[in-house]
Unconditional design. Sequence first.
Length: 219
Amino acid sequence: MKLLLIMRINEDTLLEGDKVVLVPYNADHVPRYHQWMCSPDLQKLTASEPLTLEQEYDMQRSWREDDDKCTFIILDKQKWADPTVAEQECMVGDVNIFLTDPSDPSLAELEIMIAVPFYRGKGLGKEVTRMMMCYGIHKLGIRKFEVKIGLDNKISIAMFKKFHFKELSLSEVFREVTLGVTVSEALEKLLFGNMDFMLQREYGKTRDSRLATFTPLSL
Ligand SMILES: CC(C)(COP(=O)(O)OP(=O)(O)OC[C@H]1O[C@@H](n2cnc3c(N)ncnc32)[C@H](O)[C@@H]1OP(=O)(O)O)[C@@H](O)C(=O)NCCC(=O)NCCS
């Protein structure tokens, strides 16, 4: 029960950074998410299997209910700032934290995907990783992060090394490397400073006021 509460903690959370806004993954996001995951390139980069739209809805529901997973959709903040642009049109990727060891709730695996190629290489990956690690540390009590990355995915490996992740293991069979970091207080200060790079708001209220800005009043 405690874990369930912990992982559903983000269901009304919106995190606002400089270039991105993170919102909880909900059913409205599924069609676009499914469209992304039909790309063989993304399937390879994220080691994912193709799913039908129905399976993707099931997956979204299970991620929402799972007691060990916390997922946000990444939005382009500039687009999102214009309330006439539907939230789904602002989607650029997703980020997950999930607990991998039931006996150690301070250990989590991190996954990130900037799905839309146009948005890669512009600093979004770094910003989202910083926000998600910070959220994980402060809201979920996580101190140890791990990532599994395909050996050919040099960009992702380089990015996580910037966050002081080090190689923990390498599987030639799966062509995958596991990187990890334990966040000490000193490293936390170095990576996140005073945390003024991120604002937290209530997702429901923010979404409603965004919708109200341009929904014409019915007479
Ligand atoms: C990997 C990924 C998350 C990185 O996010 P991004 O927004 O493209 O990267 P950023 O612009 O924030 O750059 C982060 C770091 O990645 C590296 N990097 C980014 N683009 C690069 C490029 N074209 N060539 C080499 N290194 C690059 C750099 O080290 C960079 O840090 P720097 O700008 O301080 O030098 C993103 O490219 C992605 O989602 N790719 C597809 C899915 C995927 O691979 N997910 C990860 C699975 S583990």
